[in-house]
Design a protein around this ligand. Structure first.
Ligand SMILES: Nc1ncnc2c1ncn2[C@@H]1O[C@H](COP(=O)(O)OP(=O)(O)OP(=O)(O)O)[C@@H](O)[C@H]1O
Ligand SMILES: [Mg+2]
Length: 287
């Protein structure tokens, strides 16, 4: 099926980008020409432990365009969180290059905001409003008044206006995740990095949050890099999906035009089956 682009067919694009990777200026031009916001070029990520060198991902390449809802999908341990951390600037590649708008990523920055899976990513002593305002004042150097106006706008987008003065421990898991999403979006980053943000929610809330994320996206068309190990969630949330092999993570295939499938005519189920077959055809795979 032509929506599925096997990894080997992505080679020419990767080679082209590495050809341009000599200077930031050329990279920027290349990115602009290809409308690329984020480029991950042949990236190997490793952890050094006292006893071993663990390779989390091996020569992974992909590029994310502005307004993409780009999903990294793969089994547990394939390096999805590690990739997201590297894009966030928290981990340097041992090989390859990551660039945003043609500039090499070397450290965390306000152009990339992260939303984690855990519910306890908010400052517990600050209210919902203060949690969303905090990075605006610190990283964006906004005045109190400007930060409050911006924060209230995004708190409204995630339907939490009534809870602006509440402390995190009085909110449900789903509400806390909404605050974390509002906080990330309020920064208006170039890209929002979401690491399994809905995985710890019950099935019903998870579906609601997926719908809300898509509604938010319709409103602002922000770019999101979304990690999940749920095939159904990847199909629902993404317009492009990168399939990664089990540990160490390598690119297995890319699925494009995901938003053209739908549940009503069975095409979403068909795609789910195809992805399932591709992912689990790997020998020795375990979820
Ligand atoms: N701090 C660390 N030190 C050593 N190895 C690590 C560290 N963090 C992760 N790893 C290893 O790197 C590999 C990739 O881990 P990672 O957390 O990125 O996987 P993942 O795809 O996000 O998995 P999951 O779906 O379970 O969240 C795993 O083999 C893991 O054991
Ligand atoms: Mg993970």
């Amino acid at each position: 099926m032509d929506r599925l682009l096997p990894a080997h067919l992505q080679e020419p694009e990767r080679k082209l980008s590495s050809h341009f990777s000599r200077s930031d200026q050329l990279n920027l031009m290349a990115s602009l020409m290809k409308n690329i916001l984020l480029e991950v070029d042949s990236v190997t990520l490793q952890y050094k432990t006292p006893t071993a060198l663990v390779t989390a991902t091996e020569r992974v390449s992909f590029s994310v365009n502005k307004s993409d809802r780009f999903v990294l999908l793969g089994p547990s341990g394939c390096g999805k969180s590690t990739l997201l951390k590297a894009v966030g600037g928290y981990l340097a590649p041992s090989e390859g290059r990551i660039s945003i708008n043609g500039r090499k990523v070397t450290e965390p920055g306000a152009d990339r905001m992260m939303v984690f899976q855990e519910f306890d990513q908010l400052l517990p002593w600050k209210s919902v409003l203060q949690n969303v305002m905090f990075p605006l004042q610190v990283a964006r150097k906004m005045s109190r008044a400007q930060a409050e106006e911006r924060a209230r706008c995004y708190i409204e987008k995630v339907h939490l206006t009534q809870f602006a003065a509440s402390l995190p421990h009085t909110l449900s898991g789903g509400m806390k995740q909404r605050v974390a999403i509002a906080r990330g979006m309020a920064m208006e980053p170039d890209i929002l990095l979401m690491d399994e943000p809905f995985a710890a929610l019950d099935a019903l809330t998870r579906r609601q949050m997926q719908d809300e994320l898509l509604q938010l996206w319709e409103g602002t068309r922000f770019t999101v890099l979304f990690v999940t190990h749920s095939i159904a969630e990847a199909i629902k949330v993404g317009n492009r999906i990168l399939l990664l092999t089990p540990h160490p993570g390598r690119v297995k295939a890319e699925v494009r035009d995901v938003d053209q499938v739908n549940a009503a005519d069975g095409s979403a189920t068909q795609l789910e089956n195809e992805i399932n077959n591709l992912l689990f055809s790997e020998p020795g795979h375990k979820e």
